[in-house]
Design a protein around this ligand. Structure first.
Ligand SMILES: [Zn+2]
Length: 221
């Protein structure tokens, strides 16, 4: 049978998401970049308002090749670039957490308006891919109800205020008593993940742990 995808790959060759070099059909990145862009366990510990500590594990620092790949994935419709990011998240989650403890994987939601504009929720794509890798369930648990300002323009304090009340839980019975792996693309100050985890805990979650593709170094006061 003729493989349409293979034929298309001759017209539109697969390119390495990091250096843009043409790579064999069916691969994600070139061997040189695979060597350079290696996942490593980065941990961010966030103190929530409730006094609970929230752990975030990420395979990359948000810089250089990874930053470009995430931006292409998020803003330029390059959904295929999520592949290596999600694989790296799964790798680091397996190293940082006891995955059999989790009941399911969930993601930080986008507002209906933002999802409509972008066409997809990048955090959901990453979360679904991680769940698939571990034969776990992906469940939508949160809703974004407030169209807030973009977090990256704000100070740490403003970020916390900006996300307050931005999320609500969908169905408490799905979450109640469960251990949940919450995914997002980037963690910076942790305000978004913290707010989402707060909603999950208020809905009765037993434990919430986080996983993101990258950790951004926060430099504003
Ligand atoms: Zn490359």
């Amino acid at each position: 049978m003729i493989n349409i995808k293979r034929i298309l790959s001759f017209i539109f060759p697969t390119r390495c998401q990091y250096c843009k070099k043409v790579i064999p059909f069916g691969t994600l990145i070139c061997n040189e970049c695979l060597e350079k862009v290696k996942p490593q366990k980065h941990i961010t510990n966030i103190m929530m308002e409730s006094g609970k500590e929230l752990t975030v594990v990420s395979p990359f620092i948000y810089e250089q090749e990874v930053k470009r790949a995430i931006c292409d994935f998020k803003f330029n419709g390059k959904v295929e670039f999520s592949g290596h990011l999600a694989k790296s998240m799964a790798w680091v989650a397996n190293d940082g957490y006891n995955l059999k403890d989790f009941d399911f994987v969930t993601a930080v939601p986008l507002s209906t308006k933002s999802k409509k504009v972008r066409g997809y929720n990048q955090a959901e794509i990453l979360a679904r891919s991680v769940a698939k890798d571990f034969s776990m369930q992906y469940i939508e648990t949160l809703n974004k109800v407030k169209e807030n300002k973009k977090q990256h323009t704000l100070s740490k304090k403003e970020r916390q205020e900006n996300v307050k009340g931005a999320y609500t839980g969908l169905e408490a019975k799905t979450v109640s008593g469960k251990q949940i792996l919450l995914c997002d693309d980037i963690v910076t100050t942790g305000s978004t993940l913290s707010e989402c985890a707060k909603v999950l805990y208020l809905s009765g979650a037993k434990v919430v742990c986080c996983l993101t593709a990258a950790k951004a170094v926060y430099c504003k006061q």
